[in-house]
Design a protein around this ligand. Sequence first.
Ligand code: ADP
Length: 441
Amino acid sequence: MRQKINRQFTVIALFSVVITTIVMTAVFYAQLKKQVFSDLAVVADILTDGGSCERKIDNLRITLIDTDGKVLSDSTVDGQSLANHLGRPEIAEAVSSGTGMGIRKSDTLSESVFYYAKKLDNGQILRVGREAHSVVAVLLSALPMVLTTALLLAAICLMVSHYLTSAIVKPIDEMAGDMEHIDEGKSYPELIPFTRKIRLQHEEILSAANIRQEFTANVSHELKTPLAAISGYAELMEAGLVDEKEMKRFAGEIRKSAARLLTLINDILKLSQLDAGNAKDVLDVVNLAEIAKESVEMLSYGAAKNGIDIVYEGEDRADVHIGKELAQELAYNLIENAIRYNKPDGRVTVEVQKDGQQVIFSVEDTGIGIPPEHQERIFERFYRVDKSRSKELGGTGLGLAIVKHICNLTDADVSLTSKPGGGTKILVVWGRGSARMIKEL
Ligand code: ADP
């Protein structure tokens, strides 16, 4: 950019200098011509007012022509040898209008000559001529001065163009070097929308990088615990430090840790698939009510083992553009949590409702509830209110992050109401105006 601006400035500057030089020379020449003709007119007047028309003056050709065009005298050549002059333009003009002017190549002198012709009272024509080379000589004498000025101007223009280029480019360079204050854009207000966008993107990139880094650190940390347990148990068994009776328990611990690793990796894979961006392409319309009922059925056996009663209420049919896999994932995660964080003899109510264009999926439990200060954060990856309880119950801390992702993908709003010790209700709403509806609930 700097090079381009500099080049353009330089071209404009040099072009102006050349044009100015040419115009100035042309104007100077025109003035000079006028001056030469006016000088010739004065000489002609002096010669007629008492001077002799047959005089010789340096650098001037003085010719006297008779009324019939015959040359009576000429200061440079023998007048007798000259052809009839009536046809010469300046003479013809003088005959008709009193005076005549012309610049042309003289047949006699084989050189360009400035001519001024004047009709005398007796009808004869007096013509005064001056050779062009004397005029050009004046012009040439001014040329060094003109050229020096032009070169000086060109040098100044180059310096100014260089300075202006730097002045234009400097604020942009500064902006690029200081992303933090990019939207202050003091020098170029026109660039503010552009710089804001860059800053926003810059922040988004930074925050995405931070999230990724934090996620990687969390994943490594979560994988480390079960792996360390597996490795520890195996080491003891290898060293023969575990007796026959303990062996079964150790194998069980290893299996549990391996199962935990598998669930973790599964959840991480699900999240990365949802992140991939093409998850939205495969969403088709499914009956969410049916999927919710199936999930309740599947999970009710495990719930009953913990003395938890789980019921489905609501519609038999409610179509949502979500795809079977994501619908199952969403229902499972919410219902599993409602069972996992419940109390003995608790209850879970799963509901699918329709309200005009909206479909509302809700999971309500009578469990331990979520303290208000945690409610905002439980949808974050690996965020858990009680880490050891979650781990003990086979939680990965990723379930609600997956739910949130699915909601974003399917344009749903998710919200929760919860009372510590009293239970939790999580609502997912598809359809327009859903945010307003949640507030009313
Ligand atoms: P986890 O695998 O730990 O259950 P989630 O992302 O599903 O991870 O949930 C995050 C945290 O939110 C849980 O650890 C738990 O503390 C809290 N939580 C989620 N659902 C409920 C619920 N129904 N009742 C009480 N707490 C819940």
